[in-house]
Design a protein around this ligand. Structure first.
Ligand SMILES: [Zn+2]
Length: 357
């Protein structure tokens, strides 16, 4: 071969290798259906039309790790996309599912899974108790899934009384997690256990009380993806579900933990809103710290909840907050107000919070 031809070949290979690597890395995530980012409003008395809601593959994080999410503009609780995201790891070892979507769309969720895999549904991990994440637990247990969750989630689910003393809706015992674990405050970020399935290594990481006292995040090491559930959101203001043991201060701790358990390029998948990286958690952290300090100061001055709500402490964040509504703001400020003084302890996965106004 002539020298010039050889040189050309070498150069071509040198150019080709980095671009092949880039192409492989750049392929994922594939955003199939973007979540809504506009404001939505619903008429008085609006009821979510479950019949109209579709569950689709909305993001592909690797060749065998897909995200499911519901239609936008129909679900009053989650207008950006109905329900909470579910994740599906699939392949010859069967299906590992993270969260289930709502009970009302269980069959559609299964149909969406069946559009890309026939594998048996073996494992279901619950990231927290809310019905948009666990509503189809019983349905998937009957499909054969073994349900994993924090013990606090199980206790919250089986507790027959709500914190305000009202009876909870009747429990379908198939919905209850059968393998549970606890958060260990001496080892934050340590997986409770790790699955090896379908070429992926899956860490099940219990979280400190943050969105609830039963939170779990799920790390897919090879795909470099973590499902971070709802302690962070970028549609509406932060939501610490304190009756289920959540805590605003715990959400700050959760964000700090992510600076070590996620890398700079790790894709973080919230239960709602758009996909992010760990650096996107930092402005959210700053807002939590700022509001916590301001509400603490006002409450220490003896201000009532109504006075603190009237102070409109979130004013400077309104432009930057998608899904900004009065209800979302008031829920956030009320949670901070209730946490900075006389915050009840977690008992059986619950806190006896004052009855909301
Ligand atoms: Zn959610």
């Amino acid at each position: 071969m002539r020298k010039s031809a050889l040189l050309f070949l070498c150069r071509a290979v040198m150019v080709a290798i980095p671009s092949m690597v880039w192409a492989q890395e750049a392929e994922y995530p594939i955003i199939v259906v973007p979540t809504g980012t506009q404001s939505y409003s619903f008429p008085e008395g609006y009821q979510t039309p479950w019949d109209e809601i579709q569950i689709r593959v909305t993001e592909k994080m690797s060749p065998n790790l897909f995200v499911l999410h519901g239609s936008k503009g129909l679900d009053r609780s989650h207008p950006d996309a109905s329900g909470g995201r579910a994740m599906v790891l699939f392949g010859e070892d069967g299906v590992l599912l993270v969260d289930t979507e709502n009970r009302q769309v269980a069959d559609k969720t299964l149909a969406a899974i069946r559009s890309f895999t026939d594998g048996p549904i073996k494992v279901l991990i619950n990231t927290h108790i809310h019905s948009d994440h666990t509503g189809a637990n019983a349905f998937f247990a009957r499909q054969g899934a073994l349900i994993f969750a924090q013990e606090n989630l199980r206790l919250d689910m089986i507790n027959p009384r709500r914190p305000n003393g009202q009876l909870a809706p009747p429990l379908d015992t198939d919905a209850v997690p059968v393998v549970t674990y606890d958060y260990d405050p001496t080892a934050p970020g340590k997986p409770a256990f790790t699955f090896t399935m379908n070429g992926e290594t899956v860490d099940v990481i219990p979280m400190m009380p943050s969105h609830t006292a039963g939170d779990t995040v799920v790390r897919f090491r090879n795909a470099n993806v973590i499902y971070i559930e709802d302690f962070y959101r970028n549609f509406g203001y932060p939501f610490a579900a304190q009756t289920s043991g959540g805590s605003i201060k715990g959400m700050i701790e959760a964000i700090d933990l992510f600076q070590t358990i996620a890398g700079p390029d790790t894709w973080l998948i919230p239960g709602h809103g758009t996909l992010i990286h760990r650096e996107d958690l930092l402005p959210y952290r700053a807002m939590l710290v700022d509001i916590l300090a301001k509400v603490t100061a006002l409450r220490n001055e003896g201000k009532s909840l109504q006075q603190v709500l009237a102070a409109n402490l979130t004013a400077s964040y309104e432009q930057k907050t998608q899904g900004d509504t009065q209800q979302s703001k008031d829920r956030f400020i009320t949670a901070v107000y209730d946490e900075v003084q006389d915050f009840p302890p977690i008992v059986n996965g619950r806190r006896a919070m004052p009855t909301p106004l």
